[in-house]
Every structure is written in structure tokens, then in C-alpha cells.
Ligand binder design. Structure first.
Ligand SMILES: *Cc1c(COP(=O)(O)O)cnc(C)c1O
Length: 354
């Protein structure tokens, strides 16, 4: 099918005259800046934050582009990837008219963002093996379906979605296919960023919140073809990534080796915990994971969950989610934290009949 971006975009967004900030109208060097109503006397802080940040985060994008073998114009940076998800709805989905497809069990924000934007959500559940059900996805697509959200590795199930199935969808569907790669660094699979040139309808989401260890800074990335990124830039708030976040992301990019080390560490801890949990009598099944968490089906979820909390350990109870009944999602912690978890599960087993 032919991908026609213009016919996919909401008319009001296509015709939108974006806000023109002081810094986007004049971004060159000058001696004195009296154009943005900033306070030239500075901030009441040790460092100076009186100036607005670069609205297009050019320095950061240049570095991310080089590292990912894409062009800066194929990158959007947002206040977390949650901002990118919301902007996708606002670019493509007419409130009260259009729809988006999600594949549960999956990340909850797709549906919340859809609801906030008054967009219909169509569910094409994953299979029992938590794989894409391509027939179900295709059947769920309506004329007004503008977005399909795929999450790989998927949250909360931890597994990768099959590459061939995603390729088939990218080829046959004329709307936008979003592949959320929040956990890609924990898998050994090639990032979908390598495919944005091949598929004009592909949007890849990544984040600095998980492997990069910077959830508090709120920086997310969308990779896509330049025309789609232009639309992101039209819709986003002008100064959506603050000065501090931009600077610290640059610093972190200089220390990639450290991140690779912690990712390796987390993978090792994940294997150890997976093996240990698989042998527990309170555990029914540990799902294989390509992320920094394990989905664990347990025999009696409520008492175990409560017991862990009483012992000071919070995990995510996912048992109310369809296809995840009896399941806890456990983030991989430090070796000490994982040991504390093991001790707590043992204490629970000693004191319960399960
Ligand atoms: C954690 C998570 C995100 C969150 O991203 P932020 O960049 O922190 O907003 C996005 N997608 C998935 C699947 C996640 O699990």
C-alpha cells in the first residue's frame, strides 16, 4: 500500500502555523540578547539558568544522530517518550473520529494517551506466547486507524516481537507503525532505528529513562523520517527539553561505556534471578525476558505481593491485566536488592502453605 503522509495528518496540523519562539527566529551569535524577556541579571542559584534552552536541541541531536547512524533531522527529543506518544496522537488522530491499534498486554500509556485525546482504541491481543497476532492486527485495522503501537521488548511481558511480522505490517499498512524500544539495550537485537530510511511509516521510540538510568531527567527520543519529525517539531511545546537535561544527556553520551557495563550487569543479574525464581515452589512460571524486568506468574499472587511489601519490597502487581493473571513484574535491582528479594520470597514461602 502507498504511504501518503499528507492524507494521514490531521488537517489542522498540516495547516498549522507553529509558534515561533525568540530563539527560533534568531539563533545566531550576538552580543546582547534582549529578545526573549529573560532576566539578564541571572538566576538565584549557583549556576545561571536565565536563558531559554535550544528549542531543537541541535547539539544533542547531532551526537545521537552520529551514534545511531541517522541524520539529526530524523530525531525528535521530548519530555520523556511519553511526550512523543502524546504528540503522535495529536498529529494523526482526529479526536472523536480516528482510532489506534494496541496489542495488549502492553504499556499502559498508549491507551491513556488515546483516551486523553479522545481517540478510539482497538485491541489486537498478543498470542499466548505474547507474540504479535498479525491476523488479528490486520483485521482490527479500520479506515480511520492512524496508528499501531508495538512495544519490543514488550512491557510488561519482556519479550521481543518477531521482526518478520513487524516488517509485514510496515509493508502492508499505510498508517504509522510505532515501535517502542524503551528496553532495546537489554536485548541483543538490532534497533529498528536502522530501518527508518526503509519505511517512511515507521516511528521508533527510545528513552533515557531505562538503560541510561536517567528517568528523572525526562528525555525520550523518536526516530522517524524527516517529514514526520517536522510534524513533531510543529506540534511540540517550543522549549520541551530543559537546559539541564540537554547538558546532562550530552555528558552521559560521553560515558556510554559505563552504561554498557551496567546493562551487562543487569543482564547477568536477570539470568541469576530468572533461574532462582524458576525453582521456587511459590512460582509457577518465569517468562523469558529481553528487558530489565521479569514477568513472573506465581501461585498465589495477592499474599506474595503483600508479604513483599510488608518486607519493604515493592514489585508491580500486574495480575489485574488480561493474560497476566497471577503475574508480578519484577525490575532487576542491584545484587544486594535482588538478594533481599530472594530472602523475602524465601521468608514468605517458609510462612505460607504455598
Ligand atoms: C518506561 C517506558 C516508557 C517511558 O518512557 P519515558 O521516556 O520515561 O516517558 C516508554 N515506553 C515503555 C514501553 C516503557 O516501559
Amino acid at each position: 500500500m502507498v504511504f501518503d503522509l499528507n492524507s494521514l495528518v490531521r488537517e489542522n496540523i498540516r495547516d498549522l502555523v507553529p509558534y515561533s519562539s525568540a530563539r527560533s527566529e534568531f539563533s545566531h551569535d550576538a552580543r546582547i540578547f534582549l529578545d526573549a524577556n529573560e532576566n539578564a541579571f541571572g538566576s538565584p542559584l549557583p549556576a545561571d539558568y536565565s536563558r531559554y534552552p535550544d528549542p531543537l536541541q541541535k547539539t544533542v541531536k547531532k551526537r545521537i544522530a552520529a551514534l545511531n547512524n541517522v541524520r539529526p533531522s530524523q530525531i525528535f527529543l521530548g519530555n520523556g517518550s511519553d511526550e512523543a506518544i502524546d504528540i503522535l496522537f495529536r498529529i494523526f488522530c482526529r479526536p472523536g473520529q480516528d482510532s489506534a491499534v494496541i496489542c495488549p498486554p502492553t504499556y499502559g500509556m498508549y491507551e491513556v494517551a488515546a483516551n486523553i485525546n479522545s481517540v478510539d482504541v482497538i485491541r489486537a491481543d498478543l498470542t499466548d506466547a505474547f507474540q504479535l497476532d498479525l491476523t488479528a492486527v490486520k483485521e482490527s485495522i479500520r479506515d480511520d486507524t492512524k496508528l499501531i503501537f508495538l512495544c519490543s521488548p514488550n512491557n510488561p511481558t519482556g519479550n521481543l516481537l518477531d521482526r518478520e511480522l513487524i516488517v509485514e505490517l510496515l509493508r502492508e499498512y499505510k498508517g504509522i507503525v510505532v515501535v517502542d524500544e524503551a528496553y532495546v539495550q537489554f536485548s541483543r537485537q538490532l534497533s529498528w532505528t536502522a530501518s527508518i530510511a526503509a519505511y517512511p511509516n515507521l516511528v521508533v521510540l527510545q528513552t533515557f529513562s531505562k538503560a541510561w538510568g536517567m528517568a528523572g531527567l525526562r528525555v525520550g527520543i523518536a526516530f522517524a523520517n524527516e517529514q514526520v519529525i517536522d510534524l513533531f517539531n510543529k506540534v511540540k511545546p517550543p522549549y520541551n527539553v530543559c537546559t539541564t537535561a540537554q547538558r546532562l544527556v550530552l555528558d552521559a553520551l560521553d560515558r556510554r561505556g559505563q552504561v554498557e557495563q551496567t546493562v551487562e550487569h543487569i543482564r547477568t543479574e536477570r539470568s541469576g534471578l530468572e533461574r532462582w525464581l524458576s525453582g521456587r515452589r511459590s512460582v509457577q512460571k518465569v517468562y523469558p525476558s529481553d528487558a530489565n524486568f521479569l514477568l513472573v506468574k506465581v501461585k498465589n499472587v495477592e499474599p506474595l505481593y503483600r508479604s513483599l511489601i510488608e518486607q519493604g519490597i515493592v514489585v508491580r502487581n500486574r495480575s489485574s491485566i488480561a493474560q497476566c493473571d497471577g503475574c508480578l513484574r519484577i525490575t532487576i535491582g542491584t545484587p544486594e536488592e535482588n538478594q533481599a528479594l530472594r530472602d523475602a520470597v524465601e521468608a514468605y514461602e517458609t510462612n505460607s502453605i504455598y
